[in-house]
Design a protein around this ligand. Structure first.
Ligand SMILES: *[C@@H]1O[C@H](CO)[C@@H](O)[C@H](O)[C@H]1NC(C)=O
Ligand SMILES: *[C@@H]1O[C@H](CO)[C@@H](O)[C@H](O)[C@H]1NC(C)=O
Ligand SMILES: *[C@@H]1O[C@H](CO)[C@@H](O)[C@H](O)[C@H]1NC(C)=O
Ligand SMILES: *[C@@H]1O[C@H](CO)[C@@H](O)[C@H](O)[C@H]1NC(C)=O
Ligand SMILES: *[C@@H]1O[C@H](CO)[C@@H](O)[C@H](O)[C@H]1NC(C)=O
Length: 479
């Protein structure tokens, strides 16, 4: 099946090549590969051909594509285009164009007006500055004195030289759902950039990774009623930005890797009630996950808390209040600096996948309880069984291999034994307690008497010589 299809594709490709070479290269400078799968799918591969200008005519095969349901992908990946001039018309219903890895420093007004059905545009890895990104570049056809919009849904502006966005940049792209701004020197989300972002009201995916920001203004996400996914990795945040709570009712995926946070606490994820997947990794300074950190995340299914080399401590209350309605299915704690976990951290048996490799596990009774009694040992992926680091005699053995004979039997009464109960008290305990309290009271009385005696002595002998303070401004003798 596969080979047959591949063969057919190669045949089509060959035919296309022959046809193109016969047709007096329409695409200027070089020959692109036309790959027409059927009337609904056409790919024009213009990658790596030292192209310097946008062609003003497409190969003829492009007219074979159906207007309804036609998908066209044109890629100019890795050429030397410096200016995006107006592109010729392209039939089809969903057009994708990539200018990834060129040398673009300018985009002309109306560059895409002939391609109203442009849904995907990749401008990443160029030299585009914020000034180049004016609303005019995305203007659609001009009818009855107004410019119409274009269908653009995905815009990749990653790896450019953008500091700021024009407030009207998204005026003609009302359907924009995915915006990638990663790896730009934004540094500060200034007022106009915030206005631009909040005007993209249909945004579902926003990538702000590696843009050197340390805060997000509260109103940046106001109006983004559909934002589902955000990446804030590789920035300078010392806290998870509070402004996220504005999109808390829609946000499902948060990636927060590689930021200088020191701890996660009950303020970190406030309001993110619909988050499904959270990733907090590669945070070199993260040391501690405190109580109630994950409590607001009422719908969390997947937690990645990995590659935090200084993460040493997770509070046994980190998931406080979540156990009654447990939603987590996958928890990854790989490659941190953890050595112990509390038996009641989470209802381990309710997980589907658990990752614990790459830590310094102390194989004690608590861990044995989690692994055996609470069945966490059955949740590891094949080949990802964690090792014990300590005590010495278990060092290097799988934590699923340890059997600790001296541990309390993990029956259901174990938990209650640890708790305090009046019925556990025996008369001997009570007598000792009363004696202890009496001793403390006596000691207190003795100390009180001693202090009073000292006070009396002090008042009599030392306070008789009052200290005089000199005011530098009012003391006439000083002048
Ligand atoms: C497009 O063409 C370039 C240069 O010939 C080639 O390296 C690349 O693999 C092609 N890409 C696809 C998707 O066919
Ligand atoms: C693009 O092609 C050049 C050679 O023309 C090469 O040196 C460079 O690494 C390529 N860039 C990317 C991103 O592939
Ligand atoms: C935006 O999307 C809607 C729904 O898919 C569609 O009807 C509309 O034509 C699109 N707008 C543009 C400018 O293409
Ligand atoms: C992990 O923690 C131990 C102390 O518990 C420390 O000595 C060690 O340097 C830490 N490892 C890393 C990679 O930071
Ligand atoms: C785990 O136990 C099995 C059999 O009990 C043994 O063959 C294996 O070497 C042990 N592996 C480790 C890493 O402890």
């Amino acid at each position: 099946m596969f080979h047959q299809r591949k063969f057919k594709q190669v045949l089509v490709l060959l035919c296309a090549l022959v046809a193109t070479s016969g047709a007096d290269s329409e695409v200027k400078n070089t020959l692109c590969d036309v790959f027409l799968q059927d009337v609904n799918y056409l790919t024009l591969n213009c990658s790596r051909r030292n192209i310097e200008t946008v062609p003003n005519k497409w190969p003829e095969q492009i007219d074979n594509i159906a207007n309804e349901g036609g998908h066209v992908l044109i890629t100019f990946f890795n050429n030397s285009i410096s200016t995006v001039t107006q592109l010729p018309e392209i039939p089809g219903n969903r057009i994708a164009i990539s200018f990834k890895s060129n040398a673009i420093i300018e985009i002309e007004d109306d560059a895409f007006r002939n391609i109203q059905r442009l849904v995907y545009l990749d401008l990443s890895n160029n030299r585009i500055s914020g000034e180049v990104l004016r609303s005019e570049i995305f203007q659609g056809p001009y009818n009855d004195g107004v410019y119409s919009s274009i269908a653009l849904e995905t815009l990749n502006l990653g790896y450019n030289e953008i500091h700021s966005l024009d407030r009207y940049l998204f005026q003609y792209t009302p359907n924009l759902t995915r915006l990638y701004l990663n790896n730009n020197p934004i540094e500060i989300l200034d007022h106009v950039t915030v206005l631009a972002l909040s005007s993209a009201v249909n945004l579902e995916v926003l990538d702000l990774a590696n843009v050197d920001i340390d805060s997000i203004p509260l109103d940046a996400f106001r109006g983004l009623m559909n934002l589902q996914q955000i990446d804030l990795s590789g920035n300078k945040f010392v806290n998870v930005p509070e402004s996220l709570s504005l999109v808390g009712s829609t946000l499902q995926y948060l990636t927060f890797n590689n930021n200088p946070i020191v701890e996660l606490n009950d303020d970190s994820f406030v309001g993110l009630t619909n988050l499904v997947q959270l990733e907090v990794g590669e945070n070199d300074f993260l040391e501690e996950v405190k109580r109630s950190t994950f409590t607001p995340l009422k719908n969390l299914r997947v937690l990645h808390l990995c590659h935090n080399p200084n993460l040493r401590y997770i509070s046994h209350n980190a998931f406080r209040g979540m156990k009654e309605k447990w939603t987590l299915k996958e928890v990854y704690l790989d490659d941190n600096n953890l050595s112990e976990l509390s038996t009641d951290l989470m209802p381990w048996s309710k997980l589907e996948i658990l990752g614990m490799t790459g830590n310094n596990w102390l194989c004690n009774c608590d861990l044995a309880n989690i692994i055996t009694k609470q069945e966490a040992g059955a949740k590891f992926k094949p080949g990802e069984i964690p090792y014990c680091a300590a005590p010495m005699k278990f060092s290097g053995t799988f934590i699923t291999n340890i059997t600790l004979t001296f541990c309390p039997t993990f029956d259901s009464t174990y938990a209650t034994k640890k708790g305090f109960s009046i019925s556990n008290l025996r008369p001997k305990h009570i007598l000792w307690s009363i004696f202890g309290v009496a001793m403390i009271v006596c000691a207190g009385m003795l100390i009180g008497l001693l202090v009073n005696a000292m006070k009396a002595f002090y008042n009599k002998n030392i306070r008789s010589q009052p200290i005089r303070y000199i005011n530098l401004h009012s003391d006439s003798s000083f002048a």
